[in-house]
Design a protein around this ligand. Sequence first.
Ligand code: ROI
Length: 158
Amino acid sequence: MARVYIGLGSNLANPREQLQSAVQAMAQLPETEVAGVSSFYASDSLSPGQPRYTNAVAALDTGLAPIALLDALQAIEASQGRERKERWGPRTLDLDILLYADQVIDEPRLKVPHYHMHARPFVLYPLAELVPESFQLADQRPLSQLLADCPFVGLERL
Ligand code: ROI
């Protein structure tokens, strides 16, 4: 079993319910248990002109290999009405593999650790609820340092 952290985001069609449904769907995946879910946080979109996002992080223990997990998460996104039109467009559900054990993955479909997580408060603060204080990302500064460099600005804990 691998400990995996998933970033959840939604800014359409009742975001809180989207996130709750996604957690339930992830709990139904084969060889997978949900080990924890952070609080939900609201924040403005990083791209202007979109509704506010609701974000959270979930910890999974899974026997699914990284690409199998990616396929499963994309199927959940699709089942919750995700349409891929514009790259940074609004979405009913976004599920990102943030971390997969301590693996560094660099494949066309999947980069882990997730590219932008190190500087996004709506990823780092929920992640910090689920991991020990000393937590270190593969090839990165300790989470405590990332948090210190990424102030809790514009984030609303729900
Ligand atoms: N902004 C916030 N606050 N949360 C997100 O999950 C998020 N996702 C995105 C963009 C459009 C970059 N902005 C976001 O993809």
